[in-house]
Design a protein around this ligand. Structure first.
Ligand SMILES: Nc1ccn([C@H]2C[C@H](O)[C@@H](COP(=O)(O)OP(=O)(O)OP(=O)(O)O)O2)c(=O)n1
Length: 168
């Protein structure tokens, strides 16, 4: 079963808002903004530590080898397959309006369906990265470092503007 962490019915009307100081979200300032302006911290949600991305890469390689499917899994096909799965994730959200963190109004079956589709996206993403020889965990570290430089916390506080929109 998919691990879920619900906030319960707390009248949440806006998405998570977090204040950041020196690149770190402060404990007191991270939370859900309620209609009355009060802020409530969401329950912490964390992943389990395994499988790692390398575990997933290896398991998918075994899965495709066992079926003689490597012949179909070139980068372009994997990209198209991944985009198709992203579409399937989108289908689960379409026409529902905005949904609260933790998806409190979704059924267990809907949550499990979402878990399946997100997993399909990840599986294809990991295999695409493998076939392109991108070491995904290390690439993510490098990209996050770049993101921190492009969006200094002190400069972009509370603004969702693209970095190119800043004048200085
Ligand atoms: N040629 C294939 C076909 C499937 N898979 C694996 C990776 C995905 O995790 C999952 C995708 O399977 P489907 O294409 O059957 O897609 P869904 O599981 O989303 O089924 P549906 O489209 O019915 O929702 O299976 C794969 O690696 N290579």
């Amino acid at each position: 079963m998919m691990a879920t962490h619900r906030n319960g019915d707390c009248g949440v009307k806006e998405d998570v808002s977090s204040a950041v100081v020196n690149g770190e979200a402060t404990e007191a300032s991270t939370g859900l903004k309620l209609q009355n302006g009060a802020t409530v911290r969401p329950e912490n949600f964390t992943f389990t530590s395994e499988p790692t991305l390398e575990d997933i890469r290896r398991m998918q390689a075994e899965f495709t080898d066992e079926r003689n499917w490597q012949q179909f899994h070139q980068p372009r096909n994997l990209l198209l397959a991944m985009v198709g799965e992203v579409g399937e994730v989108s289908e689960l959200f379409q026409w529902r309006g905005e949904v609260a963190e933790g998806l409190p109004d979704w059924t267990e079956s809907e949550r499990e369906h979402l878990a399946h589709e997100l997993s399909d996206v990840l599986i294809y993403l990991v295999e695409l990265a493998e076939k392109c020889h991108v070491d995904l965990p290390q690439a993510v570290l490098r990209k996050m470092a770049l993101n921190r430089m492009k969006y200094p916390a002190s400069k972009v506080q509370g603004s969702a503007k693209k970095y190119t929109e800043y004048k200085d």
